[in-house]
Design a binder for this molecule. Structure first.
Ligand code: BGC
Length: 475
């Protein structure tokens, strides 16, 4: 069912697990600043200590081995490696830490996939304008080259930026993620998305020109998308609202990289028109890619997809007089009452949505190799170590991935569960638990204990990874 060499993984991100926010010369990031402000995060919690992975990496490794993962996706913290964000000052302790992590993984026969940016911009760069500043692309490129140079002899799977949509929209329009900017009008979100695409493309071109010849790795960016389908499939307005919505989420980042080197036409048309109506006469709020910079088209060696949930879409009252990204897209999301809700209200459980989204990607983005770089299920409230629902979720979702491969011919190369362990769930703090391992946040040692769903995922991995290759080395 799953091709030989299929990646069975779990994912984490630096700020969500490491803690050690001031240890050994790490610089502050925008999530330190944001979470230290009152009222930003549930219970005013923060990632100062988190799962203590900076101190207790060996515990993470033990968990990874217990699950029998073939791959582990982690992110490196820009501010831990380069405290002021620039290569003028390298924090060698940070380099040592990630060297240890990478080396230990390889010794244990686990392949690392490394994300360079998972929401945690060095504060020093935010102070110079952050992702809204055009200079950020070159700064990111220097940081990426530093990482390729330092770790690229051993790391062959790279993600430049995780979920640019989330950074742009939640961080710069909704203000619910760092840096907490609530800028109406859509302009800030589009500008951030644009600079993230430019930064990603520069880094991909650097890898391609200077590192790929000797390291032979692969580089992509992780794009998040819900599966979207019309509320009334026979209603033309719902169908076009769905297309528009897909263009404004998945298409915003996938279209330039995989299809045309530019934004989806519908996005350009709507934003240009709305910009004009609202008096932005000379300039649209959606920036234009400069011909003098390296092209965006073709800057992904595989498709990295983060999928969590699905929505029905109607044109309805998505429009509003206040200009925003949401009003531009003119689509309203509706939950299908038959979809069970996980611990968090936004996460309706729709495993078949992943299969449909995979087919959509195959069809619209030239049948790329796809890694599902995140997918998971949240628990809130009372703790259930026997998390039957989450186990069922993984079994059903993985069976949809199997169908996508065998029945729909989608080229899926790997699946990463979010997350290896409970961690700092951004604005929800520690109130939301996504882990395959429970973490006791009241314990000094942050004791990790495998949930029932972890045992079930381990069984699935063992079953599928031995189908072709004999016993897994870790069992
Ligand atoms: C992010 C993770 C996050 C997860 C669950 C994704 O958007 O990449 O960092 O924890 O979703 O909300």
């Amino acid at each position: 069912m799953f091709p030989r060499g299929f990646a069975w993984g779990a994912a984490t991100a630096a700020y969500q697990i490491e803690g050690g926010w001031q240890a050994d010369g790490r610089g502050p990031s925008i999530w330190d600043t944001f979470s230290h402000e009152t009222g930003r995060v549930f219970g005013d919690q923060n990632g100062d200590v988190a799962c203590k992975s900076y101190e207790l990496w060996e515990e993470d490794l033990r968990s990874i081995l217990q699950l029998g993962l073939t791959h582990y996706r982690l992110s490196v913290s820009w501010a831990r490696l380069l405290p002021d964000g620039t290569t003028q000052h390298v924090n060698h302790k940070g380099v040592e830490y990630y060297n240890k992590v990478i080396d230990n993984l390889l010794t244990a026969n686990v392949t690392p996939m490394v994300t360079l940016y998972h929401f945690d911009l060095p504060q020093a760069l935010q102070d110079q304008g952050g992702w809204k500043s055009p200079n950020i692309a070159a700064l990111f490129d220097s940081y990426a080259r530093f990482c390729f140079q330092t770790f690229g002899d051993r790391v062959k799977l790279w993600i430049t930026i995780n979920e640019p949509y989330v950074c742009a929209k939640l961080g710069h329009e909704d203000g619910i993620h760092a840096p907490g900017l609530e800028e109406p009008g859509g302009r800030a979100a589009y500008l951030v998305g644009h600079n993230m695409l430019r930064a990603h493309a520069l880094a991909w071109h650097s890898y391609d020109a200077f590192f790929r010849p000797k390291h032979e790795g692969l580089v992509s960016l992780a794009i998040n998308s819900d599966w979207l389908e019309p509320l009334e499939p026979d209603c033309a307005e719902d169908v076009s609202a769905t297309e528009r919505h897909l263009a404004f989420t998945l298409g915003w980042f996938a279209w330039p990289v995989f299809v045309s080197g530019d934004y989806p036409e519908i996005m350009r048309a709507v934003i240009d028109a709305n910009s004009k109506t609202h008096g932005f006469n000379s300039e649209s709020r959606l920036p234009i890619f400069s011909k003098d910079e390296p092209p965006i088209l073709g800057t992904a060696d595989f498709f990295a997809l983060n999928y969590y949930t699905s929505r029905k879409v109607t044109s309805g009252c998505g429009h509003s007089d206040i200009l925003s990204m949401k009003s531009d897209r003119g689509a309203q999301e509706v939950l299908d009452p038959s979809w069970p809700i996980s611990g968090v209200s936004w996460l309706a459980v729709v495993p078949h949505g992943l299969r449909r989204l995979l087919s959509y990607i195959k069809k619209n983005f030239s049948d790329p190799a796809i890694y599902i770089t995140e997918n998971g299920f949240a628990q809130v409230g009372s703790l259930e170590m026997e998390d039957v629902q989450r186990g069922k979720f993984y079994t059903e979702t993985i069976s949809e991935v199997a169908k996508a491969i065998t029945e729909d011919g989608v080229n899926v190369r790997g699946y990463f569960a979010w997350s290896l362990m409970d961690n700092f769930e951004w604005a929800d703090g520690y109130s939301v638990r996504f882990g395959l391992f429970h973490v006791d946040f009241s314990d000094e040692k942050r004791k990790r204990t495998m949930y029932r769903s972890g045992r079930e995922y381990a069984k699935l991995i063992l079953k599928y990874s031995t189908e072709h290759e004999g016993p897994h080395p870790n069992h």
